[in-house]
Design a protein around this ligand. Structure first.
Ligand code: MTE
Length: 399
């Protein structure tokens, strides 16, 4: 296969056969790593073959800034690394297909079955997108920033766009990154250069970046139009194939992540031995919000939503922030955007074993600071994206 030159971690679960490489870690392994995910277990979503870049060619990797700009420029990576302010920030990436498996069970979508580990967090180092755009100078009418990668796919290079004002807003944290957890990017994650768009679906964070194009309209790239959309639930796979108009409507493109959470312990269908166990069991998992909004509460129900329990929330980045710049994985955490939260959080709750014994499942939901709360019911759509109903694990009991 085209990627056979690339070593990969054997713990990763392959979701689309041998090629292209689409993987998630077992949820418990991902969760056990804590705040920062290692590059080895970081989920991968590749549409095609990974561009091969030799280490000695990294400094001369070029990308362009073109379109509605005063001065179209070509920037070498070595220039990006030396002539601009370098920033490091933790950002959680989430594939819009995270948790799609639950949708495919209800009704087959066009996408493959992600579990709940299509999410990972890392410390990214690079340059604020706004700084690069300022150097090129924006022309009147500029409204979108299109990004294009180097991976050649059946429908052209992978590309997409986001609103230009997001790219210019430092509170949105958009950056061009070349390091992950303090080391140069690995091939699967965009070596040598990628976009990082905090709070938005991973599909906007273009890897192997070659072109930035400032435009008046959203990207016309095939992958921008036919991927990363939530069409109305009434649109069937057949209807979506027969009527192009559904895809052409930019209203259905998705950007900010939806509020989401999942339980890592217990695992789904895990058999809990509650006889002779300690008096409480610690239920725990992760949660994230969209658009840099924080998760403000996580709630658990053992009776399908009649009554709720409030879980404890831990935002590890707060600890690091209070400690000042700290070294993590060899990377210096140097938060630029103190009012926003671009990373996941963890939650836990000790539940009396006596109570768990009577329950058949555990459901969890998170809410963000704008009170966006996970819905009880699933919203099915043809691509199976943004799935975020209350996360359910069933408990099998022993004894
Ligand atoms: N960029 C390019 N050039 N090609 C791709 O296939 N996949 C996108 C995005 N950027 C993709 C890309 C999708 S859908 C996601 S979810 C993220 O990259 C995944 O990033 P990761 O593989 O580093 O986790």
């Amino acid at each position: 296969t085209p990627d056979s030159w690339l070593p990969r971690d054997s713990r990763l679960i392959r979701l689309t056969g041998v090629h292209p490489f689409n993987v998630e870690a077992p949820l418990s392994d991902l969760y056990n790593e804590g705040f920062l995910t290692s590059p080895e277990l970081f989920y991968v979503r590749n549409h095609g073959p990974v561009p091969q870049v030799r280490d000695e060619d990294i400094p001369d990797w070029e990308f362009t800034v073109e379109g509605l700009v005063e001065r179209p420029i070509t920037i070498k990576l070595k220039e990006l690394m030396s002539e601009y302010e370098q920033i490091t920030c933790p950002v959680t990436l989430v594939c819009a297909g995270n948790r799609r498996k639950e949708q495919n069970v209800v009704r087959k979508t066009k996408g493959f079955s992600w579990g709940a580990a299509g999410v990972s967090n890392a410390l990214w180092t690079g340059v604020a997108m706004g700084e690069v755009l300022k150097r090129a100078g924006l022309k009147r009418g500029a409204k979108y920033i299109c990004m294009e990668g180097a991976d050649k796919l059946p429908n052209g290079y992978y590309g997409t766009s986001v609103k230009l004002n997001w790219a210019l807003d430092p509170n949105r944290g958009m950056m061009l990154a070349y390091k992950q957890n303090g080391e140069m990017l690995r091939p699967d994650h965009g070596k040598p250069l990628r976009c990082i768009i905090p709070g938005q679906i991973g599909g906007r964070s273009v890897k192997w970046l070659k072109r930035l194009i400032v435009t008046a309209a959203p990207s016309d790239n095939w992958y921008h139009i036919y991927d990363n959309r939530v069409l109305p639930t009434t649109v069937s796979p057949e209807e979506s194939a027969n009527n192009q108009a559904w895809w052409m409507d930019e209203r259905y493109a998705i950007y900010d992540l939806s509020t989401n959470s999942a339980t890592a312990y217990p695992a789904h269908e895990e058999q809990l031995c509650l006889v002779g166990a300690p008096e409480t069991y610690k239920v725990q998992g992760y949660a994230y919000g969209g658009g840099g909004r924080r998760v403000t509460r996580v709630e658990i129900t053992l009776d399908k939503g009649k009554t709720w329990k409030l879980a404890n929330i831990d935002y590890p980045e707060d600890k690091y922030r209070d400690a000042g710049p700290v070294m993590l994985y060899g990377g210096k955490l140097d938060m630029e955007w103190r009012e926003s939260s671009f990373s996941w959080c963890f939650w836990n709750l000790n539940i009396a074993v006596d109570e768990l014994k009577d329950a058949s499942d555990i459901l969890v939901r998170a809410m963000d600071e704008s009170m966006n709360v996970q819905p009880r019911d699933m919203y099915w759509s043809v691509l199976g994206m943004m799935n975020n109903p209350w996360f359910r694990v069933t408990i099998a009991k022993e004894g």
